[in-house]
Design a protein around this ligand. Structure first.
Ligand code: MF3
Ligand code: CO
Length: 257
């Protein structure tokens, strides 16, 4: 069942989303060669709790950390570790779910460490474009398949592939709600979008082939099979009568607030 949110609930999700955006920016500022992903997770978790939030990934189905931190060929669900050191040229995805005053928002951003290759820059640019192209479809009367198709087309047109095993989702009362929002699909199909629905749209895009594998050791880490890099951008959005109301924000990351 797809749960609709009231105007008041959407404002509460926007509050959680603002803290989430500030948290991504706070951690993003600390990305530099030599820092560990466990260090980033620690300062991020402290920042969230100091501001009254709860990092919902921690303890979710046994996930051990506040943030998913995924480098290069790790597509998503990287577990922060004292043994993973960030180096110049890496892409670093921070993925985070924050609850504040009982409601939650979900967002991810792929950062870069120092100078990255032009190929990597193009992957990140295209993935972020695909996110906003998908968000553009988030209005009443469209269907989930319209979002999915728009994302898939933009990525494939640019020579990239989209992951099939994972998708976007409803969000707000819980981290994962109905409906699923795949990053591939057929326009005009899937659940009808209605005002009051809140979903997380999250293209996961591979430079090479779409195939991924999950770590046998930790059960979480999702890597590309071919070892090529992937990128991931995610926003939480409320479906509006006339268009998307994007609740999470990259303003704190990109505008140095
Ligand atoms: N933010 C992720 C998502 O998009 C994280 C889920 S996995 C977790 O759904 F275990 F880390 F929470
Ligand atoms: Co998500």
């Amino acid at each position: 069942m797809i749960l609709l949110k009231t105007k008041e609930e959407i404002e509460l999700i926007r509050d959680a989303a603002r803290l989430l955006g500030r948290s991504l920016a706070e951690v993003g500022r600390h990305i530099r060669p030599g820092v560990t992903t466990a260090f980033l997770d620690k300062i991020g978790e402290q920042f969230i709790r100091d501001n009254g939030g709860i990092p919902l990934c921690k303890g979710y189905e046994g996930f051990p950390a506040a943030f998913c931190i995924s480098i290069n060929d790790v597509v998503v669900h990287g577990i922060p570790s004292n043994e993973v050191f960030i180096k110049e040229g890496d892409n670093v995805t921070l993925d985070l779910v924050v609850e504040l005053n009982g409601l939650c928002a979900d967002s991810a951003y792929t950062f870069t460490c120092g100078e990255v290759s032009p190929e990597m820059q193009r992957l990140l640019k295209t993935t972020k474009e695909a996110l906003y192209i998908g968000l553009d479809k988030c209005k009443e009367g469209n269907r989930v398949g319209d979002i999915s198709h728009a994302i898939q087309m933009h990525c494939e047109k640019n020579g990239y592939s989209v992951v099939r095993e994972l998708c976007g989702h409803g969000v707000g009362f819980k981290m994962h709600e109905s409906p699923n929002v795949p990053n591939y699909g057929v326009p005009g199909t899937g659940p009808l979008l209605k005002e009051g629905m809140v979903i997380a749209v999250e293209p996961m895009v591979c430079m090479g082939s779409k195939n991924v594998k999950f770590s046998q050791e930790d059960g979480w880490t999702c890597r590309t099979k071919d070892g090529k890099p992937a990128a991931h951008f995610e926003h939480t959005v409320a479906i509006g009568k006339d268009g998307p109301d994007i609740l999470t924000t990259y303003d704190y990351i990109e505008n140095n607030n």
